[in-house]
Design a protein around this ligand. Structure first.
Ligand SMILES: Cc1cc2nc3c(=O)[nH]c(=O)nc-3n(C[C@H](O)[C@H](O)[C@H](O)COP(=O)(O)O)c2cc1C
Length: 338
């Protein structure tokens, strides 16, 4: 029997596969099936800053006290009906999940700016959440917004959430930051004990007939894993915080690559929508088979073995790789192919 145990955010886990935030976990039956299939933890869907502000009137209260920021992103608030569940229903679901399964349940908060809504992190803690995943989805759409302001906003938000709770907080980041080693070190200083790489940006698509801009959501493919592996491999060894990989994890090979890059856990959402919840068990079986064949007794010794710190030649992670990759694809090959 191969030992797949690990520890994420200080929580002992029976294996490396965590269910990423997805509506699948809105059903208690599904959460039970996730545990039965071998998921080591489940991240619930997100409660959104805008929703919490609308529901609670927190923004009004903050404004009247004049003590907290008024986020510009709240100029436009989607209707409450756009959200999946109210925060009360969410907290009740969280309590039920905690009572129904033994694996850790991680609550998810999705926001961009600090404000009174952050107090809901404490409610999640009181409802029994083992940890909080803070999804920080912010977009600069004004020329006045500088990169350092965007980073500062993220750090302030992380600091506020970490101060609000005693349970661990993981920050789910988007890929578009210039210096992730510096930013993640500062997030760690702000109290984050996990870094989740990466949030997917859901770009709108354009309909050229109706001249409309429409939201789109496509499930991921394993090719999306590569930038996550690249950054995990660079960050591994530089952080005390755990690294979680989300985005493009579909197979046992993807999970093994995630761990070898330095990930503590690999998260799955799209693969479960495509193949069903039972897919987790099949992937775990394949991981065990792979490790057994190579005479590993446990998964943990493979962690970080392909990180930038561990490999003798770091050029594949650096600028050298860019030059080498482009040069290896010569014009002669391209012409011959036509
Ligand atoms: C239908 C759907 C809903 C999602 N909802 C959330 C959400 O509420 N909060 C969040 O942080 N991520 C959400 N995600 C993103 C996933 O948690 C995950 O990070 C992303 O899909 C990449 O992982 P994957 O390649 O395994 O799908 C959602 C993804 C899908 C497919």
């Amino acid at each position: 029997m191969i030992n797949l145990k690990t520890s994420y955010l200080g929580l002992p886990l029976k294996g490396p596969i965590v269910v990423s935030s997805t509506p699948l976990s809105e059903s208690l039956d599904n959460v039970r099936r996730m545990e039965d299939s071998g998921a080591a933890a489940v991240v619930l869907t997100s409660l959104f800053e805008e929703q919490l502000v609308l529901e609670s009137g927190a923004l009004d209260a903050d404004l009247s006290r004049g003590t907290e920021s008024t986020p510009e992103s709240l100029d436009y608030l989607p209707d409450l009906a756009d959200y999946r569940m109210t925060h009360e229903v969410y907290l009740e679901h969280l309590r039920r999940c905690k009572a129904a399964v033994e694996i850790p349940i991680i609550a998810s908060l999705n926001g961009a700016t600090t404000g009174g809504w952050v107090r809901f992190a404490r409610e999640m803690e009181q409802a029994g959440a083992d940890a909080i995943e803070l999804n920080t989805y912010a977009l600069a759409t004004e020329r006045s917004q500088t990169s350092s302001e965007m980073e500062l906003q993220l750090l302030e938000l992380t600091d506020a959430v970490c101060r609000a709770v005693k349970i661990p907080v993981a920050v789910k980041l988007s890929q578009s930051f210039t210096s992730l080693p510096h930013l993640t070190a500062r997030l760690e200083d702000a109290g984050a004990t996990g870094i989740v790489l990466f949030n997917r940006f859901y770009q709108p698509d354009f309909d050229i007939e109706t001249l409309e801009v429409r939201p789109t959501l496509h499930f991921s493919t394993p090719s999306e894993l590569l930038p996550r592996l690249h950054w995990a491999a660079i960050l591994y060894g530089h952080l005390r915080a755990d690294i979680a990989i989300t985005g493009g994890v579909h197979t046992a090979e993807d999970v093994l690559k995630s761990v070898m890059a330095g990930g503590t856990v690999a998260m799955m959402a799209s693969a479960l929508h495509i193949h069903g919840i039972g897919h987790i068990g099949r992937v775990l079986g394949d991981i065990e088979y792979w490790l057994e064949k190579r005479e590993y007794a446990a998964l943990s010794p493979t962690r970080g073995c392909l990180s930038r710190r561990s490999v003798p030649d770091t050029s594949p992670f650096d600028r050298g790789n860019y030059i080498k990759t482009l040069s290896s694809y010569s014009l002669r090959q391209t012409v011959a192919a036509f």
